[in-house]
Design a protein around this ligand. Structure first.
Ligand SMILES: Cc1cc2nc3c(=O)[nH]c(=O)nc-3n(C[C@H](O)[C@H](O)[C@H](O)COP(=O)(O)OP(=O)(O)OC[C@H]3O[C@@H](n4cnc5c(N)ncnc54)[C@H](O)[C@@H]3O)c2cc1C
Length: 319
């Protein structure tokens, strides 16, 4: 059968390879000048290819609609991804959190493997060609591109999501799939920084906090708490715990975030610690003593938010 795949990202190259391996005549149409443009930036250029775990553990970590992936992951397990890469000469290694990376730390090696797999089964890849429209006439798909019109028996849409549209994924595929009768769940950002309404965050831009705990509430209900590293940006927060949190709150309403700056300390321990610091620094100003507890750039904002005068002398504080 004649198969056309729109898009030469990870999914396009993989599906083209599988179809060609099954004996189909496959052509990929890609608007970019090269294949796998987004893959180059994955995993900070290292490409986290899969997680070294079994299929059920894998699905446990899928935030939304894990069941949708059930049959794909049962058919093509994380180990199959590793075996596929090994078959095309990319050795892998397992890092913290069972994350699997190419041993070379180069995402480009993953792209090379996908391209090699396609080449092995004579997949035709047409670059610099944009699909403009596609429709069905009887049992044949008609695919119109910036260069010509194709006909095929099977059409696979692999045009990616909407993130980093500069890599080619601009949401075109959603409209095409909708035209063919598929229901499209409105896409929302995930694994991304979070913008905050509070204007004071700008003053903290660049401040990185380790070992803090972020609590996310929707309609006053706790959705999740994440412990780890957080970074302030010009208009919000980022860092590992924020990226994870974003995937859990992106379809929820009335979000409130709380940051525990000292999650390792109970209220009681924190109070004792404060009183000890106060005792040792009776003649100093509160804002000076706070330096032992918080990063300098955070102190002023922290005291302002708590409506506490930082210039007050410790010996004049009444408890
Ligand atoms: C910064 C970042 C880091 C990431 N890190 C990881 C990671 O470490 N591990 C991981 O598993 N995932 C990671 N991801 C997610 C991963 O990149 C995507 O899940 C993956 O690239 C999706 O592949 P895809 O083939 O579906 O789409 P894409 O890679 O977006 O490919 C779609 C292709 O379709 C082409 N196309 C679109 N419209 C047309 C058209 N009309 N005509 C012709 N061609 C068209 C595009 O040019 C593009 O090449 C990361 C994503 C980002 C943004």
């Amino acid at each position: 059968m004649k198969v056309i795949v729109i898009g030469a990202g990870a999914s396009g190259l993989m599906s083209a390879y599988i179809c060609a391996k099954c004996g189909h005549d496959v052509t990929i149409i890609e608007k970019n000048e090269k294949v796998g443009k987004k893959l180059y930036i994955t995993g900070k250029g290292r490409c986290n290819v899969t997680n070294y775990c079994n299929s059920s553990k894998f699905l446990e970590n899928v935030v939304n609609n894990a069941l949708f992936l059930y049959s794909s992951i049962s058919y093509f397990k994380p180990q199959d991804t590793i075996d596929f890469l090994e078959e095309f000469n990319v050795k892998t290694k397992v890092e913290r959190g069972n994350r699997v990376f190419p041993e070379s730390d180069k995402a480009s090696d993953v792209i090379k493997a996908l391209k090699k797999a396609c080449d092995k089964y004579n997949v035709v890849i047409n670059l610099n060609e944009t699909v403009i429209d596609a429709y069905k006439e009887q049992n044949v798909f008609i695919v119109k591109t910036s260069k010509k019109t194709y006909r095929c028996d099977i059409l696979i849409i692999c045009t990616g999501g909407k993130s980093y549209s500069s890599t080619g994924s601009d949401g075109f595929g959603y409209e095409l799939a909708r035209k063919f009768g598929h229901n499209i769940v409105c896409p929302v950002p995930a694994l991304c920084p979070i913008k905050l309404k509070d204007k004071w965050v700008k003053q903290l831009q660049g401040l990185s906090l380790k070992n803090v705990e972020l609590y996310a509430y929707s309609d006053k209900k706790l959705i999740l708490k994440e412990f780890g590293e957080l970074l302030f940006t010009a208009d919000g927060i980022s860092g590992p715990i924020v990226l994870t949190t974003s995937s859990y709150i992106n379809r929820k309403n009335n979000i409130e975030l709380f940051l525990d700056l000292k999650p390792a300390l109970t209220e009681d321990t924190l109070e004792k610690r404060l009183l000890r610091d106060f005792d040792l620094n009776k003649n100093k100003e509160l804002k000076t003593v706070m330096k032992g507890l918080l990063p300098v750039s955070l102190i002023e904002i922290f005291l302002f938010q708590c409506q506490i005068n930082g210039n007050v002398k410790i010996n004049s504080i009444k408890i």
